[in-house]
Design a protein around this ligand. Structure first.
Ligand code: AMP
Length: 308
């Protein structure tokens, strides 16, 4: 079992979907990644920053899930990162209405000393220079570095993003962002261009249409589970990434076949995330529910065919 470093935002989110809206609730990439990874009972630490307005109750919640928070800086006089988004009727696309970086704007991350030799690093969505600084602090080359990003950083920090992407093994990104990053409509061509930027594995998330894994000439596809209840897709991408990274850290096996399994675990965990607003569903998720859903994924895609 490998240790996992998780970098990303701890945030307040205000969300509007066709089913309702929330005021500021707990969100952030590191939150969703941590909650998903915690299902694998691994040693995981979050590296992030919050303001004095971030409730102790949220910190306690993350600690109770066995997420080491010694790498979370609290700036008492500062404000926590805030994001507001509105989903379209198809729930697969959204508009960002507000992004307030607040304490994140000047954040200089510190990886806790006992995590500097972690084998797995999940660089969640935030400023690429912060992602790079975390890599710089690792005392040994990690076994696997995974990076996730989004349109905000592609728009605002393109060159820095390309520099850090060069240093990672796996890029997870959604379909629109893959197109934006590469200027290519075809996801196959986009994945090839991303390979050329550095990552050996490219995971393209397609929301309710599942996820694609590209590795050299190999392609693997995991569907998303057809769900009855979809209330809020916020955090599904991060939950996917957390499940993916957590599973690999737990098993320690980074072969292509096992990375396919990690995609299934990531997809299974993400399928829960969307069933309630924010983190609500992930907080109360039982291990047996995850197991049942992984088996549902297996049944969904298994068939015996004979050529006639
Ligand atoms: P996802 O739905 O998986 O793409 O992630 C949504 C989460 O990302 C929300 O909880 C937000 O707090 C967080 N988020 C939104 N915009 C940014 C950004 N520019 N940088 C880092 N995190 C963000």
């Amino acid at each position: 079992m490998g240790k996992l470093v998780i970098v990303g935002t701890l945030a307040f989110d205000a969300i509007e979907t066709p089913f309702g809206k929330t005021d500021s609730i707990l969100g952030g990439a590191a939150t969703f990644i941590g909650l998903a990874a915690s299902h694998f009972n691994i040693d995981a630490a979050a590296v992030s920053v919050v303001g004095g307005d971030f409730p102790q109750e949220y910190m306690d919640l993350l600690s109770s899930k066995n997420i080491d928070l010694s790498g979370v800086e609290i700036i008492k006089e500062g404000k926590t990162f805030f994001w507001k988004g509105r989903y379209h009727n198809d729930m697969n696309t959204r508009d960002t209405l507000v992004t307030e970086l607040n304490t994140l704007a000047d954040f200089d991350p510190t990886v806790p000393s006992e995590y500097k030799n972690a084998e797995f690093v999940m660089l969640g969505n935030l400023h690429p220079l912060i992602q790079a600084s975390v890599l710089d602090q690792m005392s040994e080359t990690p076994k696997l570095v995974i990076l996730d990003t989004m349109n905000f950083w592609i728009d605002n920090t393109y060159d820095d993003l390309l520099t850090v992407i060069k240093r990672v093994d796996v890029l997870t990104i959604n379909d629109e962002e893959a197109r934006q990053l590469t200027g290519e409509y075809s996801l196959v061509v986009a994945a090839r261009k991303i390979h050329d930027m550095g990552p050996e594995y490219v995971v393209i998330k397609k929301g309710e249409h599942g996820a694609l894994l590209f590795h050299n000439k190999h392609v693997f596809y995991a569907p998303a589970l057809p769900l009855e209840e979809i209330f809020d897709p916020t955090g599904a991408g991060d939950t996917f990434a957390g499940g993916f990274a957590g599973y690999l850290a737990k098993t320690g096996d980074i072969s292509f076949d096992n990375i396919k399994n990690a995609i299934i675990y990531g997809s299974a965990l993400a399928s829960f995330c969307v069933e309630r607003f924010g983190t609500e569903r992930m907080i109360h998720l039982e291990r047996s529910e995850v197991h049942d859903r992984v088996m549902q994924f297996k049944q969904l895609t298994q068939f015996n065919i004979e050529l006639t």
